[in-house]
Unconditional design. Structure first.
Length: 85
């Protein structure tokens, strides 16, 4: 039998960005953290997962569209199309 997924023990209220996208953060009993972001596609452009020993923090940066990637389309162009509709 496969392990059952952990149920989040904390889910923050969604954060709405100025352009309407929403970010949700959940924390799990095993110490993991999950980020859910609207407005695909995104590309992982920065990750310091082992943290900075002096600051004891990790950083994850997601960028929309083609910023440094082969993502399907440029998010800025997509926003302009939505705003012109």
């Amino acid at each position: 039998m496969a392990d059952q997924p952990l149920k989040a023990h904390f889910v923050a209220d969604p954060i709405e960005l100025p352009d309407g996208r929403r970010i949700r953060v959940s924390a799990y009993p095993d110490g993991s953290i999950r980020f859910r972001v609207d407005g695909l596609p995104y590309v992982l452009t920065e990750a310091y997962l082992s943290g900075n020993p002096e600051k004891d923090e990790a950083i994850v940066k997601l960028s929309p569209g083609k910023q440094g990637s082969n993502a399907a389309y440029n998010y800025v162009e997509e926003l302009q199309k939505r705003n012109n509709s």
